[in-house]
Design a protein around this ligand. Structure first.
Ligand SMILES: NC(=O)c1ccc[n+]([C@@H]2O[C@H](COP(=O)([O-])OP(=O)(O)OC[C@H]3O[C@@H](n4cnc5c(N)ncnc54)[C@H](O)[C@@H]3O)[C@@H](O)[C@H]2O)c1
Length: 321
């Protein structure tokens, strides 16, 4: 296997730090950039001494740093973004700027040095669509622009359009991927991510706060499965030019998740329901179900998720102990 140089934006984040570990383990060189807005030094403390790992604390706004890191890379994995629905509701301008301008900057840098780019998008782009499962070529149904919750999905969709346009017009190798709920050690509950928040509440024996009715369901995928998919896509000759869903198909309701968290942590917590209006903002909209169609990725690289919801919750619990 050829040794490659990967440039990971958002490298000190949840997914970026796990991905960096896998790349180093597989003998590659990793250049990581992060401004520690939602990521942290702690996430990368096990990597910093590796001679194949180079970390730069900087923002995507720093043109010189981005250019230098891109100039040395074979493959860029663009994960840096304003992430999570809570952050988006609180700081819409910041979200839109970071997610659109940051991606444009990365694509331009990749074009200068002809690096392959993997772009992180999200299952949020399926919006309020009701087809189950969601396939990459399905129509999407976003809410009104007066509801800034949809800004996250809209920015990521612009990123996908931009990436595919660079591929079509300039021949750049771009692979946008739509992550469904990804969970594991090091994810922070600070910005509303449901699994670490529930596990932390259970460990404190506080009521687990479920937003909405709790009947809405999601499919949670272990970050260890996700990074395996990203790695294989990053090296496959035929991945550029199309969008890939990545996620698990094991569906669980949010009330079911809260019950499982209580069972696994042996907690005495109860469950408390909070209306969306109170948890987020008046008029907040959510989708009932979100299940990925995985035929495309499965056909190309033979990938499917392996970790169960119990495995995931046990690993989050262990990491928070
Ligand atoms: N975790 C999920 O369930 C999920 C689902 C769908 C999509 N995604 C996407 O995957 C990517 C990684 O998400 P994550 O879950 O690891 O979240 P994360 O918040 O841990 O990672 C994002 C990282 O980017 C960094 N960052 C943000 N803005 C930056 C900037 N301007 N300059 C430099 N660094 C910056 C943050 O400090 C953080 O370390 C994101 O693009 C996100 O939208 C994640």
């Amino acid at each position: 296997m050829d040794k490659k140089t990967y440039f990971i934006t958002g490298g000190a984040g949840f997914i970026g730090s796990h991905l960096s570990e896998l790349l180093l383990k597989n003998g590659h060189r990793v250049l990581a950039l992060d401004n520690f807005s939602t990521g942290s030094e702690k996430n990368i403390e096990g990597l910093i001494d590796n001679e194949n790992y180079h970390f730069v604390r900087a923002s995507l706004d720093d043109d010189i740093v981005v250019d230098r890191m891109a100039s040395e890379s074979d493959i860029i994995i663009h994960l840096a973004a304003a992430v999570g629905v809570m952050l988006i509701v609180e700081r819409p301008v910041h979200t839109i700027r970071t997610n659109i301008m940051g991606t444009e900057k990365i694509l331009d840098a990749a074009l200068r040095y002809n690096s392959r780019v993997l772009l992180a998008s999200t299952s949020e782009v399926y919006g309020k669509g009701v087809s189950i499962p969601f396939a990459e070529e399905d129509d999407v149904l976003l809410g009104a622009s007066s509801k800034n919750r949809w800004a996250y999905a809209a920015t990521k969709m612009v990123d996908e359009f931009l990436g595919l346009a660079y591929h079509q017009e300039y021949g750049l190798e771009v692979v946008p991927f739509r992550l469904f709920n990804t969970v594991g050690a090091r994810q922070t509950g600070q910005y509303g991510m449901v699994v670490p928040r529930f596990v932390q509440q259970a460990m404190n024996n506080e009521d687990i706060t479920v937003f909405g009715t709790g009947d809405q369901s999601r499919c949670f995928c272990d970050v260890r499965d996700i990074i395996r998919a990203l790695y294989d896509l990053s090296l496959h000759a035929d991945s550029p030019g199309q969008v890939f869903n990545i996620g698990s198909q094991n569906e669980i309701s949010i009330t079911g998740l809260a019950e499982k968290v209580i069972e696994i942590t042996g907690s005495s917590s109860g469950i408390k329901y909070i209306p969306y209006d109170e948890a987020y903002a008046p008029g907040f909209e959510d989708m009932e179900r979100r299940v990925p169609d995985l035929s495309r990725i499965n056909k190309l690289i033979g990938w499917e998720s392996e970790y169960s919801i119990d495995d995931i919750l046990n690993s989050v619990h262990d990491s928070l102990k």
